[in-house]
Design a protein around this ligand. Structure first.
Ligand SMILES: CC(=O)N[C@H](C=O)[C@@H](O)[C@H](O)[C@H](O)COP(=O)(O)O
Length: 223
């Protein structure tokens, strides 16, 4: 196992992202958010966009998992080889990219993307998957970690209210040689613990910690 990925075992990774048009969408704001979650015990930070990745990397001592979202339909998380190289060049520790088997905008397969990314220089790769078949293909492509990030978003799985723990358990048993990171709709500490108990190597939480607009809506919706 890659040593940096190994160091995240049993820990909480916090995703610090604000979406286009939102008030918090500013690299300085996300850097402050990242510092705040590290103070709370996050073992790594997941960040979106080249400016956010570069600034957060300067401001926190824990590993940074970087990605670049481009578009909102189909393959949009670090969708092409060029996006992946740009994220890597920000100096992040891990490059996260769409790890589904869907058609990519640059026409490369996921395996070709990983191979060419590695040919461009040393890199630790996290594949954001949406199904067991994605995870198997990502393992075959030689990734360092697999996330359940796209479960419920890529069309292969229903969008569960909480994390897709069934998919997580299936991937953990079918792909035992790659660390599996639980990500997506982990909204409570109990769910994070359940994900680790289901065999996740680490857990990513985004919205429930760093997206106050959504969290506020949860409260307002219950009044
Ligand atoms: C599907 C997609 O675009 N996921 C993105 C991936 O980086 C982020 O929008 C999520 O916030 C992240 O995966 C963490 O998940 P949650 O916010 O549910 O804890």
């Amino acid at each position: 196992m890659n040593p940096l990925i190994a160091s995240l075992r049993g820990g909480l990774i916090v995703s610090c992202q604000a979406y286009p048009g939102e008030p918090l969408r500013h690299p300085e704001t996300m850097a402050q958010m990242a510092e705040a979650v590290v103070a709370g015990g996050a073992v790594a930070v997941r960040a979106q966009g080249l400016a956010d990745c570069a600034l957060i990397k300067q401001r926190v001592s824990v590993p940074v998992i970087g990605l670049w979202k481009d578009g909102k339909d189909g393959v949009f998380i670090t969708p092409t080889l060029q996006h992946a190289i740009a994220v890597r060049n920000c100096g992040v520790d891990v490059v996260a990219l769409d790890g589904t088997r869907r058609q990519r905008p640059d026409g490369l397969t996921f395996a070709d993307t990983v191979e060419r990314l590695r040919a461009a220089g040393p890199v630790v790769v996290m594949a954001d998957c949406g199904s067991l078949a994605d995870a198997r293909a990502a393992r075959d492509a030689g990734v360092d970690a697999i996330g359940t990030t796209l479960a419920g978003y890529s069309g292969d799985r229903p969008k569960s209210d909480g994390p897709d723990l069934d998919l997580l358990a299936d991937i953990v048993s079918a792909v035992p040689d790659v660390p599996i990171i639980a990500e997506g709709r982990v909204h409570t500490p109990e769910q994070a613990r359940q994900a680790l108990e289901a065999g996740a190597h680490a857990v990513v939480v985004g919205t429930a910690i760093t997206h106050p607009t959504t969290i506020t809506g949860w409260f307002v919706g219950r009044l």
